[in-house]
Design a protein around this ligand. Structure first.
Ligand code: GCU
Length: 599
């Protein structure tokens, strides 16, 4: 299949995916590079535990016309919630709340000729129903990926009101399913904005190195609103590049050319300013160029073997709790990862906010991105598969120009069922079709014990992955003690790179005692010592992302005075205290970096 035909298929697939599952508009990428009006701030909010809001037509944002008129809601006298932000950490009475909340934002708008307007959501957990001026725009499902609706015809000159019902109820057919070890934060958790665009605009584009190449840029531009061929200009001034391409009748343009580039890497996170213009639209982006591949049990970055010194982290804000959404929140978390000596982060178990990915690009941190196919999932429900594919397509659409992103993970710790294998293979196929330049992985945790002190990873899904992710909790869950790691032999698919995507144990910051006592910092540090010396003996080890950077909220962690609804496996407490194990891992990564540099 010719390159141009393949890329057309990718763009169409990214485009089609949204049309099938959620009737939102085609996903507009690089929102930071667009002309936008923020709708962030204080919104009126009505908590609707019995979901009566739709039948009460809350989307009409009505007011009582006469004293006799019966109206049993009023946004103007309702409480408020901040957007972006989850509702759980904003109001104590909503900490455990799972259900519907109706948000309303009133705003004034001045219409401009020959321009189109979209309302864009960075994310809303879990299901959002969106109305503008009492007209339904559509629904979106999935709490961690962006969506937008065109409102050119619905938006008015002057006063407007946007009403969004957000419902975070957990359901078996959802993605993620109903049981998670992370908080089910509800709300408009990321930025909301109006995007103003010309009639023909650049909806999406791909500007990256061709698979396996260090000097060939292979990409495309997808225009929206074009019904005739358009002139497209691509410029990378710092690399002396200026390309003119003509799109086809559908607004699609493909390009491939050689370029002499300073490649992106953790040591040199070089980003180039890239400028695109077509059909009266123009935008800029900061893009890095690098190649990543798996060869045998090695991961190669720009053709050279690299060890991924990583850490797993949730998108939860330090100090204040709640969903992380700001540059500052993200800087705190990634700053701690850098302090550990990381060149890699596993962002779990769902796509984090776009700012986090762009920050990783600038800081030189390679990224594992994951969709929330987590634990038990409705493998045989077609809508669930479609939803998972939708989330995968949308995160790839949002982040495919980020050099930092090197891995797409399609699942975490999923049960060994035949339907699960079919489901996940279909996701892997979709990921490969959408992006053949990055590595595909999943976090596996199915083992057998063929002999004493021997563990074999026995998950058939490993055959379909480029990189095998392994979650193991020796020394914490199960009968082994940390010291038993010293004698443990692993049987692993040695012809593939292995990332130990999780290991760890809990500790309450400031709790001290002997290394045999659970919840002490000494126990956790001791566990890290033994785990790390075991893992470095594994020949196919290509990376690590221990569990976990920071203590985080989980509704499954009930131990009073220790957990208090927090998973305590962090190396840093939620108040920023570094536990002893933080320093154990930091030392280990320091040595790893040194030995890698010597090679
Ligand atoms: C699992 C899972 C995590 C969880 C962790 C734990 O492996 O992937 O989401 O928090 O173990 O038990 O702490």
């Amino acid at each position: 299949m010719g390159a141009a035909r393949k890329c057309l298929l990718i763009a169409t697939c990214l485009f089609a995916a949204s049309a099938v599952a959620a009737p939102s508009s085609p996903l507009i990428t690089n929102i930071p590079g667009r002309t936008s009006i923020s709708l962030n701030g204080t919104w009126r909010a009505i908590v609707d535990p019995y979901e009566t809001g739709t039948s009460m037509r809350l989307y009409e944002n009505a007011k009582s016309k006469t004293p006799r008129n019966l109206l049993e809601y009023d946004f103007d006298t309702a409480g408020t919630l901040n957007v972006p932000g989850d509702w759980n950490s904003q109001r104590a009475e909503l900490f455990f709340y799972e259900g519907s909340v109706w948000y309303r934002k009133s705003f004034s708008y001045h219409k401009r000729d020959r321009s189109r307007v979209f309302v864009y959501f960075g994310a809303a957990n879990y299901k959002a129903s969106v109305y503008l001026n009492a007209q339904k725009l559509g629904d979106h499902e999935g709490g961690f990926t962006p969506f937008d609706f065109e409102v050119t015809d619905q938006i008015r000159e002057g006063d407007n009101f946007l009403v969004v019902e957000v419902n975070n109820q957990r359901k078996p057919e959802n993605v993620p399913g109903p049981m998670t070890d992370f908080w089910n934060y509800g709300g408009l958790t990321r930025d909301v904005s109006l995007i103003e665009l010309p009639e023909i605009f650049i909806q999406d584009y791909w500007v990256q190195l061709a698979k396996g190449s260090l000097n060939e840029i292979d990409g495309w531009v997808k225009l929206d609103g074009a019904s005739a061929p358009q002139q497209v200009t691509l410029e990378i001034p710092a690399a002396g590049i200026k390309q003119q391409i003509t799109s086809d009748g559908k607004g699609y343009a493909h390009f491939r050319f050689t370029a002499k580039l300073d490649l992106w890497s953790p040591e040199n996170p070089k980003l180039y300013q890239v400028m695109l213009s077509a059909g009266g639209d123009s935008l800029r982006d900061e893009i890095g160029f690098r190649s990543v591949e798996a060869r045998g049990s090695k991961i190669l970055l720009n053709g050279r073997p690299i060890l991924l010194r990583g850490i797993s982290l949730h998108e939860e804000a330090a100090f204040r709790g709640g969903k992380a959404f700001s540059e500052e929140d993200d800087q705190t978390l990634l700053g701690w990862a850098q302090e550990l000596g990381c060149n890699f982060v596993r962002l779990v178990h769902y796509p984090h906010n776009e700012k986090m990915i762009r920050l990783a690009d600038r800081l030189g941190l390679m990224v594992w991105e994951e969709i929330p196919v987590y634990w038990a999932t409705a493998w045989e429900t077609p809508e669930t598969l479609q939803n998972a594919k939708q989330q995968l397509s949308d995160v790839i659409a949002r982040d495919h120009n980020r050099a930092a992103v090197v891995l797409w993970s399609v699942a975490n710790e999923t049960p060994l069922e035949p339907a699960r294998l079919v489901f996940l293979k279909s996701l892997i196929e979709r990921a490969r079709m959408l992006d053949n330049t990055r590595l595909i992985s999943a976090a596996l945790n199915h083992f057998e014990r063929p002999a004493p002190n021997t563990i074999a990873l026995t998950d058939p899904l490993a055959d379909s992955l480029d990189v095998v992710g392994l979650n193991e909790y020796l020394g914490w869950y199960g009968k082994e003690r940390p010291e038993d790691c010293d004698h443990m032999q692993w049987i692993l698919p040695n012809e593939k790179p292995l990332i130990v995507s999780e290991f760890g144990g809990g500790a309450l910051s400031g709790d001290h005692g002997d290394s045999d006592t659970r919840w002490t910092e000494e126990y956790q540090a001791n566990l890290y010592e033994h785990q790390l010396s075991m893992l470095k003996r594994i020949p196919s080890l290509a990376g690590l992302s221990p569990w976990v950077l920071m203590d985080f909220y989980s509704p499954r962690r009930l131990l009073p005075g220790v957990q208090d609804y927090r998973n305590r496996k962090g190396l840093v407490s939620d108040r920023g205290e570094r536990k002893q194990a933080f320093h154990v891992l930091k030392r280990f990564y320091g040595d790893m970096k040194e030995s890698q540099a010597e090679k």
